[in-house]
Every structure is written in C-alpha cells, then in structure tokens.
Design a protein around this ligand. Structure first.
Ligand code: ARG
Length: 574
C-alpha cells in the first residue's frame, strides 16, 4: 500500500484500538490534507463526546499509542493530530512505484466478473451525444476494471428490435434497398427515421403496411428478417465508424442487442408468472415490484407483456438481467445509461430481486449519465435545431483542434494526426471529468483549451515532460533514481504520485472516472510547480538531477497510464 492517506489511516486506526479498545479500531480516522503538515487526523474531535473526554486529551492518548516509524505527529488546535511522513519513506515508496510496472495499482486478489452495459445506441433512431457519453464513460469503466484484474464482459444493448422496424423496413423498400443502406452506413439514420415517421403519420396506406410488417418480423418471415438484418448490418457500420474515431474498445463481439433476447421473452414471462411474481392486470402481464407507487398511491406496474401480446423494453431488460446473472455469471452489472431511465432500472432490479435472480452476491447498479446540453441550456442539438450527426460533430472537433496547434510548424499529415488525438481527447475528457450524473454544456472552446482541467492540457503536460528528456538526451526508461527529496515541490509531487493506485481502485469501486481526471489534473499541476521550483536538466548536483529525472519519468508514466485508462491517446509532441 503506497497511498500516504491510507497508510496514515491504518496507523491511526491501530492507535485507536490500542488507546481505546478494539471496538474503536474500525473508526474512520478522518484524515484530511492539512495546511501545517501533510495530513491531519480529526478523529479526536469526533470521538471526544463519546469518550466523555476533552478532544485534546483524546488526541494526546492517540499520539502516545501511535507507531511513529517514518511519521512525525503533533497535536494542534482543538485536538487535530498533524501527521507528516518522513522524506525517506516517501522517496523509498516513489522508487518502488517507479520500478513497479503496474505503478502501484494493485491487481485484484479475487477477480470479479463485471458485466458492463454501455453505448447501446438505437438502430431505429439516432445515435446522439447522450450515447456518446455512455459510450465514453462505459469504456473507461471497462478499461479500468480490466486493469485492476477483473473479468470484463462488455454488452452493447443495441436498440435493434421492436415496432419501429415495421415502418423502417417499409421505407427501405420505398426508396430502394441500395440507397437506404448507403445512407444508413453514412450515418443518416436520423433523417431516415424522420422520413419514415412522417410518412407513417401522414400516409394511411404506409401506416397500414408498416403495421403489417411488424408481426412478419416477429414471426420470423425470411424476407422480412433479411431486410432487417441488412438494416442492422449497415447501421452497425456507422456505429463502428464512430467507435473507431473515438478509439472505443467495443467490437461486434460485444453486441448483445435487444433482438438477442427475443427468443427468451416468452420464457421470462412464464417463469415470472409461475413464481407468482407477475400477474395479469387489465389484460397486461405486470410485475408490481414492492416500493413503487404512482399517483394516488397506486402500485406502479412494470408491464412485461402488453394486452396485445407484445413485449417491450422492460421485458427485454428482465431477460437481459437473468441472462447476465445465470449465463454470464456476473458478480457485478453496471448499466451505463442516461439518468432519465432511473425509475426503469430501479423497477427492473427490484423485480429481478423478487424473482430471486438478483441475489445478495450480485450487484446491479445504474451508472446514471447526465444530459449533455447546448449553450442554450437545452438538450444538445445542432445550430439549425436538427439533431446532430455524431461523425460530423467529431470531425468538427478535429478541425478545431487543428486550429489550436496550427502555429507549431508540423507538416500537414503529422498535424492532422495530432489534431485527431487532441480533438478526440478533448471530447472524451469533457465527458469524463465531470461526475457522470451531472449535466454539462457541450462547448468546444472550453474542451480544447490548453489550460485548465481539459484533455489537451494533460496531453500537453506529457509532451512537455517528454521534451525535457529529449532536450537533455535522456531516455525516461533509464531514469531509475535514486530519488532524494529536498524541495517542498518535490515532496508534494511524490506524495501525489503515490496516490495513483488507490485512485484507480476507487474509480473501479465507485464507477467514478472523474476521480481519475481530477487526480491527473492535480498531478500535472504538482509537476508544473515542481518544474518551476526545481531545475531538472540544469540541476548542478548530479544526484539531484538523477532524482529529478526519476520524478519526471514517474510522472510521465503515471500520466500516460491514467490517460490510457481514460481512453485518451497521447501525441508524442504537441
Ligand atoms: N437503447 C437505449 C436508449 O437509447 C439504452 C439501452 C440501455 N441498456 C439497457 N439494458 N436498457 O435509451
């Protein structure tokens, strides 16, 4: 364990046990950064009342029981315990981290099977910035879980089934298969959908044809299925194009769309009925999960078979959760989906619990994704008010990034490559750096800024460290220390570096990528202070220079590894 905060917490807990008895050894020691020391423990203040002793007295007892190897401790103020780690300890840990290919990130002793449901665009509608965000957040969670040693199963729950396909197939026949498929692969799915919708709403004959098409699809009519397959196939090409642009790890093997569950839906209804979990209400088969009431306090139903016999989104999700638990053997299931679907997932989870599928050994969580807004504070659309085509948006990001680096004198091909990395990095970082459930305003200027908590700032920080090594003709791989800490900025940098492992663990544990972003941002800033206060190449003393090179190399590696977990590519120069 290298995280200084955790090391101190453990020490103070030991002292709590020694001073006040074992029942206190699990008390939160309330370790916080301090102005006067590295950290302070505030637990004496919170315990004083319970122990019926003055806070300073409690702090004194703690201090006496504390193992102070590598630490200095003193009482301050009303009863804070100020804690400072020894320079040798910090330097020693930093060298260990430098020599550890995992950079201090622990590998899970008991790997878990983590199913991650993310991206999940609708083939029948549009892929919008909301899907972009679930794609990006989900991908970071997948990468992080893999990195900490869990077994990750990605599930792209495509919206590829249901009644809209009746009209979409009829529209395809109307405009001609070839033309339709070309447009779908090009990402014109939105316009295509809207045209079909308009005809459906205004042309009764088309509406009639579309309705008749639905049972043909569900009943497995070969020609209808063939057309549906083509439709999905070409739409998938577009999704894959977006994933490639973004450097997202999803592949066709991860697709487990709604259609996949079609053969299981009848059985799901039967099992739930048999178990007494589902009942017929007003002609529809419903589950009434406990704890959900609507207006007038009436129990809220999760409809799993409509009165016309059709199945819906909820039925599919119940089939999916059963499959993920029984067949995929999930220990944990993350649903990285828009926050607006919160009630749906609560009801699905509760129903699965009542059905006995979601038992205590499995955790299902809705990782709620907040909306992406336009500058007008409404859901993000293009300027013309039409919904946006994602590839165009991403291309715009690349073009704008190119303008940001235009004056660097790169030849066009190199510039284009860097611009792609910077543009995509900017978009992804914007999605990841705010807490996943908060809304934020999509703003290219802010995302692409080279200062502040942005992707390009962090990319630039790595390029700057690389240029130090280039300038001095040193190879970062050779910078192995030893590390000696003299200047306060060196200490601060090293302390920050040591926290990396526990931050990565927290991202996996809590499904909160923004913690890693904040950490990397703080790290880049700590490096800037270090670089301003401590000459590296110009250090007079050879040992000092080697130590500073080692700190720089470690910072570079942690930044690169962190950005890799965020799915952000890093140009060598910027
Ligand atoms: N396709 C859905 C949508 O766009 C998201 C699906 C999320 N996953 C799930 N298991 N329901 O809203």
């Amino acid at each position: 364990m290298t995280d200084p905060q955790l090391v101190l917490a453990e020490r103070v807990q030991q002292a709590l046990g020694t001073a006040f008895g074992p029942e206190y050894a699990t008390e939160d020691p309330l370790i916080r950064p301090s102005q006067f020391a590295d950290y302070q423990a505030n637990v004496a203040l919170s315990l004083a009342k319970r122990l019926r002793r003055a806070p300073r007295e409690v702090a004194q007892a703690l201090l006496e029981a504390l193992d102070t190897t590598d630490i200095t401790a003193e009482i301050s103020g009303p009863g804070f315990l100020n804690l400072t780690l020894g320079d040798d300890w910090i330097a020693g840990q930093a060298v260990r981290q430098l020599r550890d290919e995992r950079l201090g990130v622990p590998r899970s002793a008991e790997p878990k099977t983590v199913v991650i449901d993310y991206s999940a665009p609708n083939a029948a509608k549009e892929m919008h910035v909301g899907h972009l965000r679930t794609t990006i957040v989900g991908d970071t969670l997948a990468r992080t879980h893999e990195h900490v040693g869990n077994r990750v199963i990605r599930q792209n729950h495509l919206g590829d089934w249901g009644t809209p396909f009746g009209m979409l197939i009829e529209h395809l026949l109307d405009i001609g298969e070839e033309e339709a498929l070309r447009r779908l692969a090009a990402g014109d799915g939105n316009a295509y959908y809207q045209e079909a919708r308009l005809k459906f709403d205004t042309d009764p004959a088309f509406e009639e044809r579309s309705r008749r098409r639905v049972p043909l699809l569900q009943g497995g009519d070969p020609e209808t299925l063939r057309l549906w397959h083509e439709f999905i196939e070409y739409t998938k090409r577009y999704f894959n194009h977006v994933y490639t642009l973004l450097g997202v790890t999803l592949t066709d093997d991860d697709i487990a769309g709604e259609s996949m569950y079609n053969p299981m839906l009848a059985d799901v209804c039967e099992e739930l009925t048999h178990a007494g979990v589902a009942e017929v209400s007003e002609g529809a088969l419903c589950v009434f999960p406990p704890g959900f009431t609507g207006r007038d306090d009436m129990p809220l139903p999760l409809i799993i078979r409509k009165s016309d016999g059709g199945y819906g989104y909820a039925t599919t999700d119940l089939a999916a959760i059963r499959y993920r638990i029984r067949d995929l053997k999930a220990d944990r299931i993350l649903y990285v989906v828009g926050a607006t679907q919160s009630l749906h997932f609560q009801m699905v989870f509760e129903s699965a619990r009542v059905a006995g599928w979601l038992h205590d050994d499995v955790h299902a969580e809705h990782v709620q994704i907040g909306s992406v807004l336009g500058s007008d504070g409404k859901m993000f659309k293009t300027r013309s008010g039409k919904s946006i085509k994602l590839t165009e948006l991403l291309e715009e990001g690349v073009v704008r990034a190119e303008a940001v680096i235009a004056d660097r004198g790169y030849d066009p091909a190199v510039r284009r490559q860097i611009a792609r990395q910077v543009g995509m990095g900017a978009v992804k970082y914007a999605d990841l750096s705010v807490s996943h459930d908060s809304e934020y305003v999509f703003d290219f200027d802010r995302m692409l800024a080279l200062t502040g908590n942005t992707g390009p700032y962090l990319q630039y920080a790595t390029a700057r460290i690389r240029s130090i090594f280039r300038t001095g003709s040193y190879d970062p791989a050779d910078a192995t220390g030893p590390i000696k800490l003299g200047h306060p900025a060196e200490r601060a940098l090293a302390l920050q570096l040591l926290r990396f492992g526990s931050v990565v663990e927290a991202v996996a544990e809590l499904s909160e990528p923004h913690r890693l972003c904040n950490y990397l941002f703080d790290l880049a800033q700590a490096f800037t202070s270090f670089y301003e206060g401590c000459p590296v190449l110009k250090a007079e003393d050879e040992e000092v220079r080697q130590s500073r090179l080692a700190l720089s190399a470690l910072t570079l590696r942690v930044l690169l590894q962190g950005l890799h977990l965020l799915g952000i590519e890093v140009p060598e120069r910027m």
